[in-house]
Write a protein that binds this ligand. Structure first.
Ligand code: 13P
Length: 279
């Protein structure tokens, strides 16, 4: 996808500038993303229909993450449509290849047209017992293979109520980014209590948390943290999108339920494409 090559080059240039300027402030020009996580939904016909209906925007990087068996057909639908849409997997294995039944390697994902991959989603942390160490191995593998990881972090309701949000996020960030010497990644803050519940975080709370995440990121990768896109996820939809898009540290959204219908997903893309004045 032309757009992501451009953003890759931009990030690379910023990396070099960041290394050269050391501690100096870097003027940020962060990429805005609207990313669909379809989770375990849709069949082939529904996928074809979605790609017929969906629009794109030159101002926003739109990425669709279908279930694994729909990746290659989605790649073909995207090519056929000529729309500048990116494709991502929902998971990747940490090894190059081998006896890992049911898993997909990074090169397999690339082979079917992926440029991105979601890593560390809370549903995988919960159902597949992925911990920070495993998330880190997957992030390393994705970067090594030229995939852009979309790294998910977020606290549970219990952790939020116990006032542990910052502690949890900091641990997840240091864990996921251990020994990572690259800024070729995207972060998604997805509070677990907001996912699929309709109880989205207020834009103010999300902004406050994103600013905290960026401050931790600065401890890990220095000023390059200013260039990392941090997306919000958790019951984001066409109604609340404009509130998120107005926030200075919210660089897009990772959308579950509202990404399943082209109409609602389009509406979210349009909100971020308009580029609301950041407060
Ligand atoms: P919902 O938008 O359905 O809450 O899901 C968010 C999510 O988990 C995206 O990865």
């Amino acid at each position: 996808m032309e757009q992501s090559i451009e953003s890759y080059i931009k990030t690379l240039v910023r990396d070099v500038i960041g290394q050269t300027l050391g501690g100096l402030e870097i003027q940020s020009d962060r990429q805005t993303y609207v990313i669909a996580n379809w989770k375990m939904n849709k069949n082939l016909n529904e996928t074809a229909e979605f790609f017929q209906k969906i629009h794109s925007s030159p101002d926003v990087s739109v990425v669709i993450c279908p279930p694994v068996q729909l990746l290659y057909p989605s790649h073909l639908f995207i090519k056929q449509s000529g729309k500048p849409l990116g494709l991502g997997g929902q998971n990747v294995h940490w090894a190059d290849k081998g006896a890992y039944t049911g898993e997909s390697s990074a090169t397999m994902l690339k082979d079917v047209g992926c440029e991105y991959v979601i890593i560390g989603h809370s549903e995988r942390r919960q159902y597949s017992f992925e911990d920070d160490e495993l998330v880190n191995k997957k992030v390393q593998q994705a970067i090594k293979s030229g995939l852009i990881p979309i790294i998910c972090i977020g606290e549970t309701l219990g952790q939020k109520n116990a006032m542990q949000t910052e502690q949890v996020l900091s641990k997840q960030l240091f864990g996921a980014l251990k020994d990572i010497d690259s800024s070729q990644f995207i972060l998604a803050y997805e509070p677990v209590w907001a996912i699929g519940t309709g109880q989205s975080a207020t834009a103010e709370l999300a902004q406050e948390t994103h600013a905290y995440i960026r401050s931790v990121l600065k401890q890990i990768i220095g000023q390059k943290a200013e260039c990392i896109s941090i997306l919000y996820g958790g019951s984001a939809n066409e109604k609340n999108a404009s509130e998120y898009s107005a926030m200075p540290d919210i660089d897009g959204v990772l959308v579950g339920g509202a990404s399943l219908h082209a109409e609602s997903f389009d509406a979210i893309i349009n909100v971020f494409a308009k580029g609301e004045q950041k407060s």
